[in-house]
Ligand binder design. Structure first.
Ligand SMILES: Cc1ncc(COP(=O)(O)O)c(C=O)c1O
Length: 379
């Protein structure tokens, strides 16, 4: 199939219901399925932890929009991460992680997986040579976020795929910030893509979910085995909401990018802003790589405020249309202080974030209203 992104997002895995013709996959709120004699499964369904038709529709659509062989939907992004890592790692293995990453991902490595014998090491993933130098014989996974949360760093996916494959390791890319519309890591050589579908894929701040998309059917099969064996699946209601969000991802992302560009324009000329972190800016160190591997530069913008931590906290408190809150990727704009909120769990670690940093998830409201709110909050 050579269909475009929007067509796949609206139709892949979503044939009209064979019984009723319903054009949207129904919510199969069911745990078990009648068998036609022992072992006589209808369409392969036997128990909804193993598979559920609403979840299957989402999983097939995710695989299609990421250009992968197999998609799997989980109860949260972290459940997806945990399933991936416990599928491909064993005690004694080592994982390279970004020195700027979502705080919860860092916590999973530092507070959970390390106790089970999986070592991790933060590395500057924007520097392919630094990553190559940090690889050890026991390195099983190079874990990448690009853009990173919250500093909007950029990693060269194709470059890191060859480092990983030369070392016999997997390249895992958390594609949450870009979304599959802006960036498709599997086409650039990644082995597996991770999403917090809570964010842009769901897009409406009404459902928590996660996803893995495997490049190969073989890895997809191992992950599916562990998804069932470990059990952190997406429920049918959550899968349905996530799939509804995914249908409009392309149009939402275009508007997120338009609005983010307007916000960046305002911030770069504001006297109280000391630095704007956005990969679309030509002076951003990852700009060229981002321009090569992303369709546009996304809806996330971070900036540093003159006056330090207190001034940054004040901007967050003063904003009104930008809602003070964690998470990102919804249609409504959010503002937060990463040091005290999303990344508090990284305090005192190599992943600690600057205290004067503010992170914006730029929504799809009227751009002029967003600019007016930010100007007022900055004072
Ligand atoms: C980049 C990134 N990856 C993973 C996660 C974890 O996803 P979830 O909150 O759905 O468990 C988040 C959550 O904020 C995130 O920002």
């Amino acid at each position: 199939m050579n269909e475009g992104f929007e067509t796949l997002a609206i139709h892949a895995g979503q044939e009209a219901d064979p019984h009723t013709g319903a054009v949207v996959p129904p919510i199969y709120a069911v745990s078990t399925y009648k068998q036609d004699g022992v072992g006589g499964l209808r369409a392969g369904y036997e128990y909804s932890r193993s598979a559920n038709p609403t979840r299957t529709a989402l999983e097939e659509c995710l695989a299609a929009v990421e250009g992968g062989a197999r998609g799997l939907a989980f109860a949260s992004g972290l459940a997806a991460e945990d399933t991936l890592l416990r599928t491909v790692c064993a005690p004694g293995d080592h994982v390279l992680i970004p020195d700027d990453a979502y705080g919860g991902t860092f916590r999973l490595f530092a507070k959970v997986l390390e106790r089970w014998g999986v070592a991790y090491e933060p590395v500057s993933i924007g520097d392919v040579d630094a990553v190559r130098a940090a690889v050890r014989p026991e390195t099983k996974v190079i874990w990448v976020e690009t853009p990173t949360n919250p500093l909007l760093g950029i990693a060269d996916i194709a470059g890191l795929a060859s480092v990983a494959h030369d070392a016999g390791a997997l390249l895992a890319v958390d594609n949450t910030f870009a979304s599959p519309y802006l960036q498709q890591p599997i086409g650039l050589g990644a082995d597996v893509v991770i999403h917090s579908t809570t964010k842009y894929v769901g897009g409406h701040s009404d459902v928590v979910g996660g996803a893995l998309v495997a490049a190969s059917a073989e890895l997809g099969e191992r992950l599916a085995y562990h998804q069932n064996a470990m059990g952190a699946v997406a429920g049918p209601f959550d899968a349905w909401l996530t799939l509804r969000g995914l249908k409009t991802l392309a149009v939402r992302m275009e508007r997120h990018c338009d609005n983010a560009e307007r916000v960046v324009e305002l911030l770069t000329s504001h006297p109280k802003v000391t630095q704007v972190l956005y990969p679309g800016l030509p002076e951003h160190p990852g700009h060229e790589v981002a321009a090569k591997q992303m369709r546009r530069f996304g809806g996330m913008v971070s900036f540093r405020v003159a006056g330090g931590e207190q001034a940054a906290v004040e901007v967050c408190n003063q904003a009104k249309l930008f809602t003070l809150g964690e998470s990102l990727g919804g249609v409504e704009s959010l503002i937060e202080h990463p040091g005290r909120m999303t990344h508090a769990s990284a305090a005192g670690s190599p992943l600690e974030v600057p205290a004067d940093l503010v992170r914006l998830s730029v929504g799809i409201e009227t751009a002029d209203d967003l600019l007016a709110d930010l100007s007022r909050a900055l004072g």
